[in-house]
Design a protein around this ligand. Structure first.
Ligand SMILES: Nc1nc2c(ncn2[C@@H]2O[C@H](COP(=O)(O)OP(=O)(O)OP(=O)(O)O)[C@@H](O)[C@H]2O)c(=O)[nH]1
Ligand SMILES: [Mg+2]
Length: 308
């Protein structure tokens, strides 16, 4: 077990901030499973409830197929409580384990990207806060040089959290900021470098090429570092999140997803879709606008939070 998993505060409590999804999807499912027979109408309504909560049609069909098989095996002897439990276990089985960790003996570089306004900068502040609380030495890099306000936004967070921020005053290029940040992190023997980048549409080729270039600079300049490429996805995005994940993954490779704004959606199903269809784990969820509004994603707690 790595450093982060060992030091991570025990998080056995449910994700209270998912209450919208719990009320909407969880409530519908509970009502549905309180029926006495599992007929075609039951499966149709289950399908509708899952799809309405942003579980993709593909994932929904696989889920329902597996559930049907299990329920038929029990030949009508299954209790309602057990059948919800069955659904929970099947959803969990479709999700890859969270693989986020840091190696405290090395430099860990968390490269953060995603489309505009999804919550990248705020999520970086949350992550920096979480890792800072665990005693790791952290540098954050303001490599969104397109908007002056973006540098200022990250700088304000860094002052609030007491972590060092590498930034350029005046006009600069993201590659130049990343170069300086890598120099600083390597010479100070920092344990974590988190890189903020400008929001970019996943279908804009020139912007994706730029991201590729930045990714390569990091790989070339810090070949020994532990790398974690983190895509931030707004959980209100709907099925477009799948396409975003595909494109970013093709360009630079993604190790995990930060699902932001889970507090403001009733459609938590996108977490299941992304993890299942892309086989990329959800690493963290964002549950508000404060630095402490972050939860390390654990699939069993996530599923329980919605259905129990
Ligand atoms: N409710 C809620 N709001 C969030 C969360 N994460 C971010 N936000 C808000 O979303 C807005 C955009 O956040 P930013 O962090 O600036 O997003 P960004 O992706 O860096 O934006 P660009 O740099 O412009 O692409 C801000 O108002 C944040 O406070 C979250 O988990 N929950
Ligand atoms: Mg930003």
């Amino acid at each position: 077990m790595g450093f982060f998993k060992k030091k991570k505060p025990e998080e056995k409590s449910l994700y209270e901030d998912l209450k919208q999804t719990k009320l909407s999807l969880g409530g519908k499912i509970k009502k549905l499973f309180s029926r006495s027979n599992f007929d075609t109408e039951f499966y149709n309504e289950l399908e509708e409830a899952l799809v309405m909560a942003d579980v993709s049609v593909e994932t929904t069909m696989e889920l329902i197929g597996l559930l049907k098989k299990q329920i038929e095996k029990q030949k009508g002897k299954i209790t309602n409580k057990d059948s919800i439990q069955l659904l929970e276990t099947i959803i969990e089985s479709l999700l890859p384990e969270n693989n986020f960790d840091v190696d405290e003996k090395k430099l860990n570089i968390i490269f953060v990207f995603g489309v505009n306004g999804v919550g990248k900068t705020t999520s970086i502040a949350k992550l920096a806060n979480l890792l800072n609380e665990q005693g790791l030495s952290i540098i954050i890099a303001a490599a969104d040089t397109y908007r002056a306000a973006a540098v200022e936004q990250l700088d304000i967070w860094s002052q609030r959290l007491g972590v060092h921020c590498i930034k350029h005053l005046g006009k600069s290029k993201p590659s130049a900021v990343i170069f300086d940040a890598l120099d600083a992190a390597l010479s100070r023997k920092s344990q974590v470098l988190i890189v903020d980048t400008a929001g970019r549409l996943h279908n804009k080729e020139n912007l994706m090429d730029e991201l590729k270039k930045l990714n390569k600079i990091i790989a070339d300049k810090a070949p020994e570092a532990n790398r974690y490429n983190l895509l931030v996805v707004d959980s209100n995005t709907g099925q477009n999140a799948v396409q975003q994940t595909k494109n970013f993954n093709e360009s630079v490779g993604i190790n995990g997803v930060f699902l932001s704004k889970m507090d403001s959606t009733a459609k938590g199903g996108i977490a299941v879709t992304l993890a299942h269809q892309m086989n990329i784990p959800v690493a963290f969820i964002g549950t508000g606008e404060k630095a402490s509004d972050i939860r390390y994603f654990e699939k069993n707690i996530f599923v329980e939070s919605i259905f129990e």
